[in-house]
Design a protein around this ligand. Structure first.
Ligand code: FE2
Length: 316
């Protein structure tokens, strides 16, 4: 891309740092070239362009349909639909959100892996770097799978995640900006060939069951990867992190059949292979969410990162 220089992430075998020369603006980014970089490297950090909210939304829209993330599906109908979003909406089109609240670490995960609407691409914009700590960790699920102890890898390969949910269809439609939930589910089942079944109840509730393998193929390139939410959600506080130097908490997801030894081996492997991003204001990070897991280090004050998610127009 003219006016940009390409470097690889330090100490990792994936990821690209695309540094912009002076005077570049977000519209100078060639979306086809950027998508090709994401496809090859899994993660691209764009630095040097002061990306603002409008540019962030415009750029991400070029890559496919925005996906609404983190809808709390278990609210009752009388609640205002805005309350069903577990993160604050900050954008102009209703699809830009703040990242998870709090300042604790977050274990490595693929965004919304448990959802049939799991996004292909996840986009982060750094509005304000943290005062200290608060890096984002990235690990390549293709590498994690290859480096798992063989016995543990075999156990994960047999496992599937099952998501059975029942919720108010009207709230889901309003938040996802769709007319019919059944049409939307039918389309995603057909285009993504997902193991997905559902039933519409007479009282307006919608019930679905979604099954996904813990080890699945990446959207770009079709390699098998460990990119899921098997490693638990919450990590250490800053004090705990300072005390023993480990950002993540060991936890296992019994409901998915992840045993403590599987969770420990997965987390150890992911931690060992992790590349850490120290944020700068205006940084834009894009991830192939079906390949790269992301994590958060605990932090002290100030950190403001926005997130958008999208379903790609291309890929497998
Ligand atoms: Fe996340």
């Amino acid at each position: 891309m003219r006016g940009f220089s390409l470097e690889s992430f330090p100490y990792s075998s994936f990821g690209a740092l695309l540094r912009a020369d002076a005077h570049k603006v977000p519209t100078d980014i060639d979306p086809i070239e950027l998508e090709s970089l994401v496809s090859n490297y899994g993660a691209v950090l764009l630095r040097g362009i002061p990306v603002h909210l409008e540019g962030f939304e415009t750029l991400t829209r070029l890559f496919g349909t925005p996906v609404q993330a983190h809808i709390n599906l278990h609210l009752e109908r009388q609640h205002h639909t805005r309350q069903a979003l577990s993160r604050a909406s900050v954008g102009l089109d209703g699809f830009t959100r703040t990242v998870n609240a709090g300042s604790s670490a977050i274990n490595p995960h693929s965004e919304s892996y448990y959802s049939p609407f799991c996004p292909d691409l996840v986009w982060f914009l750094c509005k304000q770097p943290p005062n200290s700590f608060g890096r984002t960790g990235l690990c390549d699920g293709v590498e994690v799978l290859a480096h798992l102890p063989p016995a543990i890898r075999g156990q994960y390969e047999k496992l599937e995640m099952v998501n059975h949910s029942i919720f108010d269809a009207a709230i889901f439609c309003a938040l996802s900006n769709i007319d019919s939930i059944e049409t939307s589910f039918a389309r995603i089942r057909e285009t993504r060939r997902l193991d997905l079944s559902w039933m519409m109840h007479r009282d307006g509730r919608f019930e679905f069951t979604y099954r996904a393998p813990m080890i699945r193929k990446t959207r770009f390139g079709g390699a098998r990867a460990f990119a899921n939410n098997a490693l638990g959600g919450s990590g250490a506080s800053l004090d705990e992190f300072k005390a023993d130097g480990r950002p993540f908490r060991r936890s296992h997801l019994e409901k998915y059949g992840v045993t403590p030894s599987m969770a420990d081996a997965g987390l150890e492997t992911a931690e060992r292979l992790m590349a850490w991003i120290s944020w700068e204001r205006g940084d834009l990070l894009v991830l192939d969410n079906t390949r790269i897991m992301h994590a958060r280090e605990p932090f002290l004050g100030g950190r403001e990162i926005l997130v958008r998610m999208s379903a790609s127009r291309t890929g497998n």
